[in-house]
Design a protein around this ligand. Structure first.
Ligand code: HEC
Length: 217
């Protein structure tokens, strides 16, 4: 029996028992584990951890996995949305609303009948940036560098949809990618167009180079 300690309180005394061995060992084990853990994961400033794990890396990996999973769904959704937009070019109520937005917001630059002023003619089959639903929608939503404002913050998505359907309906909605090089639109100056062509081919070259350097890695 261990010896009694010589203090007492209200008649209660205590033995001088050692801490049980299992508890002391557990304490030691947790310390060793903690040190290992801290070395394995990034715990100390300037030390990235033996495992190489980081929250940012894990996040990027998970996002990449999800992106891959969602890409086909996104493509499908985009295709449906564009089909719906194409269908709206036949819907008179939509076109009327689109025309209203156009008269208010677009006609100062594109002309009351979209015949072109500062901005290009939107009625013919000649497009600087493509006349398919996706390109026209992008032109309107995101704007274009030479003076076409972006409208995605200015107009609600419904107005954008209506005015896009309206613009698409003006040219029949069936014209394909840019044909401006072949027959220059009268309101677009040749300089502007050749500058356009150069900047496009430049960016195309830059892209090719980028791809080439990626492949080289
Ligand atoms: C401040 C003048 C201005 C206003 C307002 C404006 N645009 Fe434009 N828009 C332009 C100019 C300039 C371009 C040519 C941009 C370029 O060449 O980079 C353009 C280009 C476009 C194009 C691409 C044409 C093509 O040939 O590819 C579309 C589509 C278009 N505008 C639609 C609209 C619609 C719809 C509105 C109204 C919601 C609108 N724009 C309002 C000036 C304007």
């Amino acid at each position: 029996m261990a010896k009694l300690l010589d203090h007492e309180f209200d008649g209660i005394q205590e033995y001088d028992n050692p801490i049980p061995l299992w508890l002391t060992s557990l304490f030691g084990i947790t310390m060793v584990f903690g040190l290992g853990y801290a070395l394995y994961f990034p715990a100390f400033p300037g030390h990235s951890g033996i495992s190489g794990w980081s929250a940012a890396k894990q996040y990027d990996e998970q996002v990449a996995v999800e992106e891959e999973r969602y890409a086909p769904l996104r493509a499908e959704a985009e295709k449906k949305a564009l089909e719906a937009l194409a269908a709206l070019t036949e819907d008179q109520a939509t076109l009327d609303k689109g025309h209203e937005v156009f008269s208010l917001r677009c006609s100062p630059c594109h002309g009351e009948n979209a015949e072109g002023r500062v901005g290009p003619n939107l009625k013919d089959a000649e497009w600087l940036y493509g006349g398919d639903a996706k390109s026209v929608l992008t032109s309107i939503r995101e704007g274009r560098p030479k003076g076409m404002p972006k409208w995605k913050t200015e107009l609600g998505s419904e107005d954008i949809q209506n005015v896009t359907a309206y613009v698409l309906s003006l040219s029949g909605g069936s014209s394909e990618a840019p044909v401006a090089e072949e027959t220059p639109a009268p309101e677009a100056t040749p300089e502007a167009e050749s500058a356009e062509a150069t900047s496009e081919s430049e960016s195309a070259t830059a892209e090719t180079q980028e791809e080439a350097s990626k492949e080289g890695e």
